[in-house]
Design a binder for this molecule. Structure first.
Ligand code: PNS
Length: 173
C-alpha cells in the first residue's frame, strides 16, 4: 500500500522526518508532496523549488520515498495519482482539531482516507514556523531539523549567523 504525506514543509523538520521514516516502514511507498496551504499564503521562507531540493536531500537515504508537488486540492492530487491514503503527523492535542476537520473533509469530497502517526514526544514542540523564527535570529536549530534543512536555513540567514557568531563572547575572555 502507498501513502501520500502532504504538507508545506517550509522546511521539513525532525518531527516530519520521524513520522516519515516510521511510515516508510509501514507502507510500500510514501510520496512527500509539497502542497499549498491557504492559511500560510505569502508566509513561506523557502520557494517551492528550494523546499523540493531540501526534501530530496533529506530523504535520499529512504529508497521507498519520493518527492513531488501539487498546487490544487489534495483530493484532486490523490485521484490523479490513484492514491487513497493521506498520511499526517500529530504532535499534540492542539493539532487534532484542525487535522480532524481536514481528514473528514478530504473523505467527504474525495473519498481519501487519512492515517495519523504520532510524532515522538521529543518533537512535540518543534514546528517549521518555530524553526524559521529561531533561525531568523541566528539560533541553533540543528537538533530540530535534518541536515539539509539546517544548511538551507544557515544559507538563508547567513548574515545573521555570521553577525551572531561574531558577537558570541567565549567564557575565557
Ligand atoms: O504542513 P501544513 O501546512 O500543515 O499542510 C497543510 C496542507 C498543505 C496539507 C493543506 O493545507 C492542504 O491539503 N492543502 C491543499 C489544498 C486543499 O486540498 N485544501 C483542502 C483541505 S484544507
Amino acid at each position: 500500500m502507498n501513502a501520500v504525506f502532504p504538507g508545506s514543509f517550509d522546511p521539513i523538520t525532525s518531527g516530519h522526518m520521524d513520522v516519515l521514516t516510521r511510515a516508510a516502514k509501514m507502507f510500500e511507498h510514501v510520496t512527500l508532496t509539497v502542497m499549498h496551504n491557504a492559511r500560510k499564503q505569502g508566509k513561506h521562507l523557502f520557494t517551492l523549488e528550494e523546499r523540493l531540493e531540501i526534501l530530496r536531500a533529506a530523504t535520499a537515504h529512504l529508497p521507498n520515498v519520493s518527492v513531488d508537488s501539487f498546487s490544487g486540492l489534495l483530493v484532486d492530487y490523490m485521484r490523479q495519482q490513484q492514491k487513497s491514503i493521506i498520511l499526517r503527523g500529530l504532535r499534540a492535542v492542539s493539532d487534532y482539531e484542525y487535522e480532524l476537520q481536514i481528514a473528514h473533509l478530504n473523505r467527504q469530497i474525495g473519498d481519501a482516507e487519512t492515517v495519523f502517526i504520532m510524532a515522538a514526544t521529543r518533537w512535540s514542540f518543534v514546528s517549521s514556523s518555530m524553526v524559521r523564527e529561531i533561525a531568523s535570529y541566528g539560533g541553533d536549530v540543528s537538533e530540530m531539523v535534518p541536515r539539509a534543512s539546517a544548511e538551507a536555513l544557515r544559507a538563508k540567514f547567513a548574515d545573521v549567523y555570521a553577525e551572531r557568531s561574531g558577537q558570541t563572547v567565549s567564557p575565557e575572555s
